[in-house]
Design a protein around this ligand. Structure first.
Ligand SMILES: NC(=O)c1ccc[n+]([C@@H]2O[C@H](COP(=O)([O-])OP(=O)(O)OC[C@H]3O[C@@H](n4cnc5c(N)ncnc54)[C@H](O)[C@@H]3O)[C@@H](O)[C@H]2O)c1
Length: 437
């Protein structure tokens, strides 16, 4: 954000679980620079819960009163943490009102909406920052530094596998994400992080995408076929959900009760749906092949039903290979079907089963070298706190180019949007055809 001696006024839109990172930052360490001046949500209960958490009485506006909020509250910055499909509307209206924007990922959910946002940035000259916290994870910064320093020579290809475990992966099938219209599917909602990292690490953008994906594990058909299905719609109050290891029991968690169970009478948002129930329109197993502008290729796989959580990446270069292994959880406990606060707040897997991180440089004709990597405290491998400092703290140099703007947001989206189109057509998709048409 630009240097400004005056205290800036921020509105937060979408006061769910993720918003807590931002409301607490604005009410806490960054309150001398920027003030939580207004909240906006379709659900007044969740806004009241946030006010309680930060011990404040920030004025709260219904979604249909967002225009009035902008007019009345003299807002400088809008922080968008609502359901993905709603991001574009708030971003564009905020920019048109002369505000800057910080938006959660994915920036939006389809190509038309991405074009609207890019156009509004161009027209207004205001700034959009996309909250790509993974860029701020110290191990990812180390990868960027190594590649930029030429440690592997020119990168010819990347092999990238991401596993979501039965606890975290299942969560996308319990609530709004399960409908592709809300989230763009996991190719958009989740993989936007991963495709952004590859764009950033290689300093390039995707040109051609071919993909295959489907619903292999969750959903009613797969559940019935494997005998995993139980007869309930949502877990709360359903005897059939009691011993279902995939069920989340809202009333067992003070945080989930406050944020969702006690709020649902207002909007009917059920956060505890049956992952083997009908109505799932997203994929859980996705394979993608990408060609970049530099000529490099990526093979990528995302699985949402794995016994452990984490990722493996290998960069094949003209002078060697860089390999990264991150085990965020080594196994999934069935008794943690009720996610702890950390998982709910940070969208992460169980910290108590966390494994290792290994970064290995294998240069040609040399023995492998283990690179010592700094580890970070807090959500997303320490990425969250570093990102907050960059978004809300004193302006600081950014030698790794970690700050992501709307163009980065759109570039990270096109791989997933093209993959979604390729799932349907069965053929390769040129990203240019998506954003230009
Ligand atoms: N960067 C990360 O690592 C990370 C982690 C988790 C979530 N997120 C992102 O944060 C956002 C919120 O996710 P969450 O897990 O907090 O979801 P959530 O369901 O807990 O919260 C979403 C909030 O949006 C509100 N909402 C729905 N429709 C709205 C509308 N039309 N106008 C205003 N508010 C509306 C809901 O009432 C709810 O309070 C998503 O975009 C998600 O992708 C990012």
């Amino acid at each position: 954000m630009p240097a400004d001696t005056a205290r800036r006024r921020a509105a937060v839109v979408g006061l769910g679980a993720r918003a807590r990172l931002f409301t607490q930052a604005l009410a806490g360490p960054y309150s001398d620079r920027i003030e939580a001046a207004a909240f906006c949500d379709v659900n007044s209960h969740r806004m009241a819960v946030h006010n309680e958490w930060i011990d404040a009485s920030v004025p709260s506006y219904a979604a249909e009163d967002f225009g009035e909020l902008l007019r009345r509250e003299r807002i400088d910055l809008v922080v968008v943490t609502s359901v993905d499909r709603t991001h574009d509307d708030y971003i564009v209206r905020a920019l048109e009102a002369g505000c800057d924007v910080v938006t959660e990922k994915p920036m939006t959910t389809d190509a038309d909406k991405a074009r609207r946002i890019l156009d509004a940035v161009h027209r207004t000259g205001r700034e959009v920052r996309v909250a790509f916290n993974y860029r701020y994870n110290p191990v990812h910064s180390a990868v960027r530094e190594l590649l930029a320093s030429g440690a592997t020579g020119e990168v010819g290809s990347v092999h990238f596998e991401w596993l979501l475990d039965l606890r975290h992966g299942a969560d996308y099938f319990r609530r709004w994400h399960r409908d592709k219209a809300n989230s763009g599917g996991l190719m958009v909602h989740k993989a936007t992080h991963h495709f952004d990292l590859v764009n950033w690490w290689l300093g390039t953008e995707p040109e051609t995408v071919y993909a295959q994906g489907g619903l292999f594990f969750y959903g009613d058909e797969a559940g019935a076929r494997r005998g995993l299905a139980r007869d309930y719609t949502r877990a709360h109050g359903s005897p059939a959900a009691k011993d279902d290891p995939f069920a989340v029991h809202l009333k067992d968690s003070p945080l989930l009760s406050a944020l969702y169970l006690d709020a649902e009478a207002e909007d009917g948002y059920h956060r505890d749906q049956n992952v083997f129930g009908p109505g799932v329109t997203i994929e859980d197993d996705m394979a993608v092949l990408v060609r970049y502008a530099t000529g490099a290729t990526l093979t990528y796989h995302l699985t949402a039903y794995a016994p452990w959580e984490g990722y493996r990446i290998a960069f094949n270069g003209s002078e060697g290979r860089l390999e990264l292994l991150v085990e965020e959880s080594t196994w999934t406990r069935s008794e943690v079907a009720v996610p702890g606060d950390s998982a709910v707040l940070h969208g992460e897997s169980a910290g108590d089963t966390a494994g290792r991180t290994e970064l290995t440089l294998r240069r040609f004709w040399e023995p492998p070298r283990e690179i010592e990597v700094p580890t970070g405290e807090g959500g997303h491998g320490g990425g969250d706190v570093r990102m907050l400092a960059d978004l809300f703290g004193e302006p600081a140099p950014d030698p790794l180019g970690r700050a992501a703007n709307a163009t980065d947001g759109a570039r990270s989206l096109v791989t997933g949007l093209a993959a979604n189109r390729s799932f349907e057509s069965g053929g390769p998709v040129r990203t240019r055809d998506l954003l230009d048409s």
